[in-house]
Structures are given as structure tokens and as C-alpha cells.
Design a protein around this ligand. Sequence first.
Ligand code: NAP
Length: 338
Amino acid sequence: MRNDERRHAPEQTMRALVQRSHRGPEDLVLTTGHPRPAPGPGEYLVRVGAAGVNFADTMQTRGTYGGGPHPPYTAGFEAAGEITAVGAGVERPLPVGARVVGTGAGAFAQYMTMPAAGVLPVPAGWSAAQALGMVLNWATALAALRPLGQVEAGETVLVHAAAGGVGQAAVRLARHYGARVVATASPAKHAAVAALGAEEVLDRRRPDLAAEIERRTGGADLVLESVGRDTFEASLSAARPVTGRVVVFGAASGDAAISTHDLVFTHPVQVKGLHIGALAEAAPALYRSLLTELEALIADGVYPPGSPTVHPLAEGPEVLRSLEKGRTSGKHALDPWR
Ligand SMILES: NC(=O)c1ccc[n+]([C@@H]2O[C@H](COP(=O)([O-])OP(=O)(O)OC[C@H]3O[C@@H](n4cnc5c(N)ncnc54)[C@H](OP(=O)(O)O)[C@@H]3O)[C@@H](O)[C@H]2O)c1
């Protein structure tokens, strides 16, 4: 038996956060004695070092995430940690002990399984917590900006929720690609967003948001739209007619609608939808190219190690409540061993 296998010797049960209903984070409960999963075909079993908290986790607790899990379920879907076992049929498997970051069901637990095809190595010298965000926040921001948003140097990019997990990555990347960034965030988060290089930071709640963006920028070439109901109309108005692109990848404030009439007569702009999981499945070569680009960005120091706020597992429900209410800034993570 290898040393690391001995160190993580079979605890057959584990601690996990289990969602018991679709009533929201209040029904997310810390459970001890939860059965430890076993890797199925094509999967790794991973000892979770840190689990990422994402807005989608809050949506899943209320049953509003498309195709999300049904209670009771072990919550969380993003983690970084160490491979402790390899399921059948994994092609060219990474060795037991390799440190990886990826997605899979049940990340808010001491152990989880991950589809082997989707994991990435944790960059050398980075901790598990520092690697969180790579396959969700950064890949989503990169996809929104480059293949979908086709950002060019000198263009103006409007980034909503710019202090958040995806938002911060988007601001950094847009600046790296030579764009001017106009951002929205709650006022308490403006300084953090400005420090990332955003030229203008506005409160998304101001009633004249679209007019103000237009006044300050002359129109946005690209809008990264993840807030939905509260900002969608302003995003469509702020985008330049014809050449302006609006990439929609979330709806933190609730759904918004657009009609064919809107697109033809009121807002003749390019609206594009993005779900990073769907992109990885439907366009694997494009997804791989995003990961290759992220590796280069890491090597160049454009993408630095993450610095999430790490909480003990038991604080998960409170962290989700804060995220749901828009009270968090930056990336948050859970340590299932604390
Ligand atoms: N499609 C995909 O593949 C994909 C992948 C990852 C994330 N996403 C989406 O990207 C967005 C950001 O995700 P994240 O995990 O990085 O979360 P986050 O940005 O850390 O948190 C969401 C932020 O949205 C803003 N917001 C605006 N209206 C809100 C409302 N009514 N309630 C709560 N928050 C509101 C808040 O920032 P301010 O108060 O500063 O505005 C809040 O902090 C989410 O919509 C998420 O679903 C999509």
C-alpha cells in the first residue's frame, strides 16, 4: 500500500452537507456518518481539499437550476483535492495522489467522485483552494469574452456582478485583452473592482443605468450579462446596435425575457447564450482550447492563484445565504475537514 493511501485509509463514512428540500439554504444540513462514494466507470474518487461555492449552488437549493439535483442530495459541484482511487475504464489515468480540480456532484463533502475526463491538474505550487475557479469562473469568463464575445483590444466591455467569482476573472481577462472595462457591482464592492482595472464602476440599481453607460462609453461593444431581470434591459440598451454582443450566462436576480420584436426593432444586437458545461459537452475541441489558453494565462502570470475566503464546512448554509443575497465579494470555498 502506498503512503498516501495509508494516510487516507478507508473512512467508510464522511461529513457532508446534504440538501433536504427545495426550500433554500436553510434546509442544507451538516451530516456526519454519510456514506463515502465509490468511483464509477470513468471517474476518480477525490479527497476534497476545498470545495468552491458558486451562485448555481444557491439556485440548486431552490430547484431553479436547469437540470439540477433533486433532494435529498449532497450539495456542491466544484472542488479541488487529491485522487484516492480510480474507477474502471479511465483512459490514461492520473496516479493516485495527483492533485486535481474539477466538477462533479456532491462536492460539499470530504470525498466526492469526478468524471475523469473533466479534471485538470492543480498548478504546481498552488493549494487546492487556490485552484478553485479554474474550470468554472475562469473558463466561463474566458468563453464569454473570447469565442463568444470576440473581444478586441480597444473595445468597451460591460461586466455585471464584477466583484463576484466570474466577474473578477472577467475584469482581469478583459483588461489583459486590451479592453476598457465598465463594471457594475454593489457600492461596497466598487473599490475592489476598480483595483482590478475597471475604468468605471456603477451601481446596477441606479434607474438611469443604460443612459449612464451610454453617456460614459458611447455604447458597449460587449456585455457580460449574468444578473438577468435587474439589468437585462439596460444591457440590451447599452450594447452598440448591430455590432454589440450580449453574452448571457446567468440570471442572479431572476429571469428576463426578450421578444423577436425587441431584437428586430428595439435592440438589434447579438445575443448569445453560454453554459460552460453545455459548451464542454457540445464543443469539446473549443473547451479544450479554452483550457489550453488558461494554462498559458497561468504560465504568464495573468491568471494568479485564487485567494478564496475559506470557511469550515458547517458554515456552508450561511455562506450560501450570503451569496444568494449578493452580500459576498470574490470567491468563497468550504474546507470539509474543518
Ligand atoms: N453559464 C455558466 O456556465 C455559468 C458558470 C458560472 C457562473 N455562472 C453565473 O454567473 C453569475 C456569477 O456567478 P458566481 O458564482 O461568480 O457568483 P457571484 O458573482 O460571486 O455572486 C452573484 C452576484 O450577482 C450579483 N447580483 C445581482 N443581482 C442579484 C440578486 N438579485 N441577488 C443576488 N445577487 C445579485 C451580486 O453582486 P452585486 O451585488 O455586486 O451586483 C452577487 O454578488 C451567476 O449568475 C451564475 O449563475 C454561469
